[in-house]
Design a protein around this ligand. Structure first.
Ligand SMILES: NC(=O)c1ccc[n+]([C@@H]2O[C@H](COP(=O)([O-])OP(=O)(O)OC[C@H]3O[C@@H](n4cnc5c(N)ncnc54)[C@H](OP(=O)(O)O)[C@@H]3O)[C@@H](O)[C@H]2O)c1
Length: 285
């Protein structure tokens, strides 16, 4: 879809860190943005910002983990806004914990939001896309989908699932007018789930400005890119790709690079920080 002018784009996680940047670029491209996010008040602020900039936006506060309600969400959007042209599955939950600290509820919520909601929204939109001979789906995965790190196992599983499901579906629909892309960002600076941890990214790992990742999402749509890694700059992206390629041949190589960059220790720190924060919030000593 080379031209987004006048297109209706559903963006999940619209009020989050990356969502704000993707929305801005969609508005600049002339699209009408339908934002879905869990909490009303950040969504209202998101909507006001877009309307103030002269863009078109509508927000729906919806809990995407309630998978059985998503058919009603799609019906509501189509009734209010007309047919949907593009779906960007961007909403996500972070994990940052030792696997032994995961509860069943945490694993279910994370897999529901990061993977199942994207699948279910896509499943619900495909008939309309087929009928109108167009439609593009972008799934925002992560570099964690390609190389896992400790203290983030459920997140890695959800993103690896998203990546391979996207790739399988893209091939299944190759002769149809429906296009599927997956975008894999590395660390994102300034806002979003990594920035919220307030821990620095390991030196040499690459960290992207969210506007660069948002540009990647729009490029994926305009150029119908099957898969896009976004990791700061050409050096960051190239070294990530080389590491991933060698890791396919020598699996221990990825672990070695990861240790050399300090990623396991960073993730351990994130897990400790998360645990301390949740203990404070629940009043535990
Ligand atoms: N930030 C990074 O470094 C990074 C790197 C690679 C990939 N990614 C991916 O990029 C995407 C955007 O992440 P981000 O960094 O912008 O994170 P973010 O700021 O936390 O944004 C995610 C948004 O999704 C919303 N959300 C969570 N659970 C939901 C639910 N059940 N129903 C509806 N909305 C829900 C969040 O709401 P609450 O804030 O209220 O929970 C938030 O507004 C995610 O898929 C993430 O995995 C991020």
């Amino acid at each position: 879809m080379t031209d987004l002018t006048g297109k209706t784009v559903v963006l999940t996680g619209a009020a989050g860190g990356l969502g704000g940047y993707i929305s801005q670029q969609l508005v600049q491209a002339g699209a009408k943005v339908v934002g879905v996010d869990i909490a009303r008040s950040p969504l209202d602020a998101w909507c006001e910002k877009i309307l103030a900039s002269g863009g078109q936006a509508v927000g729906y506060d919806w809990d995407l983990s309630k998978l059985e309600t998503l058919a009603r969400l799609v019906e509501t959007i189509e009734r209010d806004c007309g047919p949907i042209d593009v779906l960007i599955n961007n909403a996500g939950l972070a994990s940052y914990r030792a696997f032994e600290d995961c509860t069943l509820a945490h694993m279910q919520a994370l897999i529901a939001v990061n993977l199942m909601a994207a699948m279910e929204l896509t499943r619900l939109l495909l008939p309309g896309f087929r009928a109108r001979h167009q439609g593009h789906i972008v799934n925002v995965a992560s570099l964690a989908a390609k190389m896992a790190h400790p203290y983030d196992s459920v997140y890695a599983a959800s993103k690896a699932g998203l990546l391979l499901w996207s790739d399988s579906l893209r091939q299944e629909l190759i002769d149809s007018p429906i296009q599927i892309s997956v975008v894999c960002p590395g660390y994102i600076a300034e806002s979003g789930m990594f920035a919220k941890t307030e821990l620095p990214a390991p030196k040499l790992s690459g960290i992207s400005h969210p506007s660069l990742v948002a540009s990647g999402v729009l490029a994926a749509i305009r150029q119908n890119r099957a898969q896009l890694i976004v990791n700061q700059n050409l050096v960051g992206e190239t070294s990530a790709k080389v590491t991933l390629a060698i890791s396919q041949l020598i699996p221990g190589f990825g672990d070695w690079v990861s240790h050399a960059l300090g990623v396991p220790e960073l993730n351990r720190q994130r897990a400790i920080a998360r645990k301390q924060k949740s203990a404070t919030l629940s009043g535990l000593p």
